[in-house]
Design a protein around this ligand. Structure first.
Ligand code: FFO
Ligand code: ATP
Length: 196
């Protein structure tokens, strides 16, 4: 059973990865404007003063416009750094130079805080490959966010950032998968009530 699900996830990820890869420059630009505006709206609406987010790669929904806005509005943003043990370290966004972490994701070069630093934020913005209408999230396949979210006792709102076509009826799920409270796309914010 689980093998079928992980096969389904892999196939779906490959398809979504390819769709992101073939996006045109114009599509990327247009989506960045919307994503930034909607992330700002979400942070404002939730009155967040401290947010966990991520440094996007070229193919992901772009987060840097939001990060820049947050730093200008005295909102602390923590960014993940992948660790070999499957947990995430966190480090504050400082607009300075970036590095690559051990799996080649962009990572901050500021002071490294341990995995529990995320417990203090008001809002968590996560990357995802796809989210379904019940809030189940499928990530990129290393379980980093499932472990992180699954280990938190009191979770603030968790929103995944995806493109509109990645919000689907159902994603394949396994027992360890953690749901999100909503999604942010280039065209809007959807809050999902089921599960939460
Ligand atoms: N910008 C960004 N930073 C992030 C994440 C992210 O998704 N985006 N992460 C979120 O967790 C963590 C890194 N997670 C990753 C998870 C998988 C792969 C990866 O290369 N996956 C394979 C597919 C594996 C499969 O299909 O089973 C691949 O894409 O080829 C890379 C990073 C931490 N930092
Ligand atoms: N809470 C957990 N404890 C231990 N292992 C876990 C946990 N969550 C996920 N895993 C393991 O991580 C691997 C990847 O899981 P999955 O395919 O659900 O990742 P994902 O949700 O796509 O990734 P991510 O959360 O990094 O974006 C699986 O082998 C799974 O067994």
């Amino acid at each position: 059973m689980t093998d079928d699900v992980s096969h389904d996830k892999r196939a779906l990820r490959a398809e979504l990865r390819e769709r992101r890869r073939i996006c045109t420059a114009k599509e990327r630009n247009d989506s960045e404007v919307g994503i930034t505006a909607n992330l700002i709206e979400l942070a404002t609406r939730t009155g967040s003063t401290s947010v966990a987010a991520y440094l996007s790669t070229t193919d992901e929904p772009q987060t840097r416009g939001f990060l820049h806005w947050a730093s200008e509005h005295n909102i602390t943003v923590l960014l993940p750094i992948s660790r070999a043990d499957g947990l995430l370290d966190w480090a504050p966004y400082d607009g300075e130079e970036e590095n690559s972490d051990l799996i080649g994701m962009p990572a901050p070069t500021s002071e490294v805080l341990g995995p529990i630093a995320i417990n203090d934020v008001d809002l968590i913005i996560v990357p995802a490959a796809s989210v379904d209408r019940s809030g189940m999230r499928m990530g990129w396949g290393r379980g980093y966010f499932d472990k992180t979210l699954g280990s938190m006792e009191a979770k603030p709102p968790v929103y995944a950032v995806i493109f509109d076509n990645e919000y689907v009826d159902v994603v394949p799920t396994e027992v360890h998968d953690q749901p999100v409270n909503g999604i942010v796309t280039p065209t809007g914010i959807v809050t999902i009530t089921e599960h939460n």
